[in-house]
Design a protein around this ligand. Structure first.
Ligand code: PLP
Length: 458
C-alpha cells in the first residue's frame, strides 16, 4: 500500500487504467491499490501473500465468505450452458427467476405479493422510487410524491438514490439532493440525544421531528419513507427502543408508504433473517441485494405487498405496459446462483450460526469501550460500529484534517484486518460464517491498531 508501484506491476497498471469508487485518486496515485487475489472463509490474501480478516464481508455482502463453493460454480456453469441470458420483459420468464421469486416470497418478513429483480441495491431503491410515483399517479393524487429518508441514510448512488442517501460526500458537487427528497433526523442516541434524554424519549423526539416535517410540507404531498433497519454506511446506527414503533405510527396516520431497505440487514445480518423482524417493521416495499447472492453475482430484489401491486397492475394494465426494467435485472445466472446460495444458508443453518456468534462479536467489541480513543461501541447481530472520539467525556470527534480515521485504517491493515472507517466509525460486518476464534483474533488485532493509533496521535 505505501510503496510507489513499479512501472509494469499490476498496481501501476491499475493506477493508469482505473478510476476507483470511494477512493481518493491522489492517494491511489501515490500509494497504489491493495490487490486482493484470493480468499478462504473469512480471510482474503493480497498479491504479496499477506492475509487479512475481512471484517466487512467485502461490501457487507459475502455471507458465505471467500472459499471456493463448488456447488455455486457448478450452478453458474450449468445455467450458462443451459440459458446464459434471458429476461422477464414482454411477458417472458425464465425458471431461475421464478424459483428465486417464490423462495423470496416464502421467506419475506410480512406477506409480500410480487418480486421485481434488478442488478444492484441502488437499482432496487430507484425502482421503488419510480413505482411510488406510478402508484400515487394511479391513485389520482399526483401531489403525493415527496419522499423522506434520514440524515446519514445510505440507499445508493444513482441520482435519485444518492439523493435519498443522507451523507454529504454523496451530495457535494453532484448537485444533490434532487428536489422532492427530504431528510429527517438520524436516530443516533449517542450523537444526537439531549443531555439526560432517555433512548425512548429520544425516539419520541425523532418521531415528532418526522411528524413536524410532514406537517410543514403537507401530509398530502408525502408519498413514502425509506429506512434501513440498522443504518450501515452512515456509521452502523442502531435505532433506540420504540423508535420504529413510533415512526410507523406516524407513517400510518398519513398514509405514507414504508420502504424498508434490507440491502445490508437482509439474510441474517441482525440475528434474524430480516432486520424487519429484529425491529418489528411492516414494510409496504422491501429492497434487498448483497447477501441475497452472498455478493457472488450482481442481483437485487424489490418486494411489494398486494396492496401496492394491485394499484401498479391496474395502472400498467390501463397504460398497456409497465415501462420499467433493466437488461440485467434478474439475470438467470445471478438468480440461479442466488437460489443455491439460499439453499446453502438453510442447509448450513447459517442464520442460526450468525445469531449465535453475533452476540459474541458484540461482547468482544464492547471490551474496547474503555479504550481512550473509543466513544461508543454499538451494533446488533453481526454488524457493529466503534466510534472514535478525541475526548471521551465531551464526545468531541477529531478534526478530520488530523487524519486519525486514515491512521486507524492503515493500522488495521498492518495488523491484518480489512474494514471500513466511515467518518469517525470503524464498521464491522464480517461474513456470517465467521467463528468465535476469528472474532477473537479480529478484535485483538483491532485493539492493537487502536493502541498504535493512540501512540501516533500523542
Ligand atoms: N442500500 C443500502 C442499505 C446499502 O448499504 C447499499 C450499498 O452499500 C445500497 C443500498 C446500494 O447498493 P448498491 O451498491 O448495490 O447499488
Amino acid at each position: 500500500m505505501t510503496q510507489v508501484p513499479r512501472p509494469n506491476s499490476a498496481a501501476a497498471r491499475d493506477v493508469r487504467s482505473q478510476l476507483h469508487p470511494y477512493t481518493n485518486p491522489l492517494a491511489l496515485e501515490q500509494d497504489g491499490p491493495v490487490i486482493v487475489t484470493r480468499g478462504d472463509g473469512a480471510w482474503v490474501e493480497d498479491e504479496a501473500g499477506a492475509r487479512y480478516i475481512e471484517g466487512l464481508a467485502g461490501l457487507w455482502c459475502t455471507a458465505l465468505g471467500f472459499s471456493a463453493e463448488e456447488r455455486l460454480a457448478r450452478v453458474a456453469y450449468d445455467q450458462m450452458r443451459m440459458l446464459a441470458f434471458y429476461h422477464p420483459f414482454g411477458q417472458k420468464a425464465h425458471l431461475p427467476g421464478i424459483d428465486l421469486a417464490e423462495a423470496l416470497l416464502a421467506m419475506a418478513p410480512v406477506p409480500m405479493s410480487k418480486v421485481l429483480f434488478s442488478g444492484s441495491g441502488s437499482e432496487a431503491n430507484d425502482t421503488a422510487l419510480k413505482l411510488i410515483r406510478f402508484y400515487n399517479n394511479a391513485l389520482g393524487r399526483p401531489e403525493k410524491k415527496k419522499v423522506i429518508s434520514r440524515i446519514k441514510a445510505y440507499h445508493g448512488v444513482t441520482l435519485a438514490t444518492a439523493s435519498l442517501t443522507g451523507l454529504p460526500n454523496n451530495h457535494r458537487d453532484f448537485d444533490l439532493p434532487m428536489p422532492g427528497i427530504l431528510h429527517t433526523s438520524c436516530p443516533h442516541h449517542y450523537r444526537f440525544a439531549l443531555e439526560g434524554e432517555s433512548p425512548e424519549a429520544f425516539a419520541t423526539r425523532c418521531a415528532d421531528d418526522l411528524e413536524a416535517l410532514i406537517q410543514a410540507e403537507g401530509p398530502e404531498t408525502i408519498a413514502a419513507f425509506f429506512a434501513e433497519p440498522v443504518m450501515g454506511a452512515g456509521g452502523v446506527i442502531v435505532p433506540p427502543p420504540t423508535y420504529f414503533e413510533k415512526i410507523q405510527a406516524v407513517l400510518k396516520r398519513h398514509d405514507i408508504l414504508f420502504v424498508v431497505d434490507e440491502v445490508i440487514c437482509g439474510f441474517g445480518r441482525t440475528g434474524n433473517v430480516w432486520g424487519s423482524q429484529t425491529f418489528g417493521l411492516e414494510p409496504d416495499m422491501l429492497t434487498c441485494a448483497k447477501q441475497l447472492s452472498s455478493g457472488y453475482m450482481p442481483l437485487s430484489a424489490l418486494m411489494m405487498t398486494e396492496k401496492v401491486y394491485q394499484v401498479i397492475r391496474d395502472n400498467a394494465g390501463r397504460i398497456g405496459i409497465l415501462g420499467h426494467g433493466y437488461t440485467y435485472g434478474g439475470h438467470p445466472v445471478s438468480c440461479a446462483v442466488a437460489r443455491e446460495v439460499l439453499r446453502l444458508y438453510e442447509e448450513r443453518d447459517l442464520f442460526a450460526h450468525a445469531a449465535t456468534v453475533g452476540p459474541v462479536m458484540q461482547k468482544r467489541l464492547r471490551t474496547l469501550a474503555d479504550h481512550p480513543l473509543v466513544g461508543e461501541v454499538r451494533g446488533v447481530g453481526l454488524v457493529a460500529g466503534v466510534e472514535i472520539v478525541r475526548d471521551k467525556a465531551s464526545r468531541q470527534p477529531f478534526d478530520p484534517a488530523q487524519g486519525v480515521g486514515l491512521a486507524i485504517g492503515r493500522n488495521l491493515h498492518r495488523h491484518g484486518v480489512i474494514t471500513r472507517v466511515i467518518g469517525d466509525t470503524v464498521a464491522f460486518s464480517p461474513p456470517l460464517i465467521i467463528t468465535e476464534e476469528e472474532i477473537d483474533a479480529m478484535v485483538s488485532r483491532v485493539a492493537r491498531a487502536l493502541d498504535d493509533t493512540l501512540a501516533w496521535c500523542r
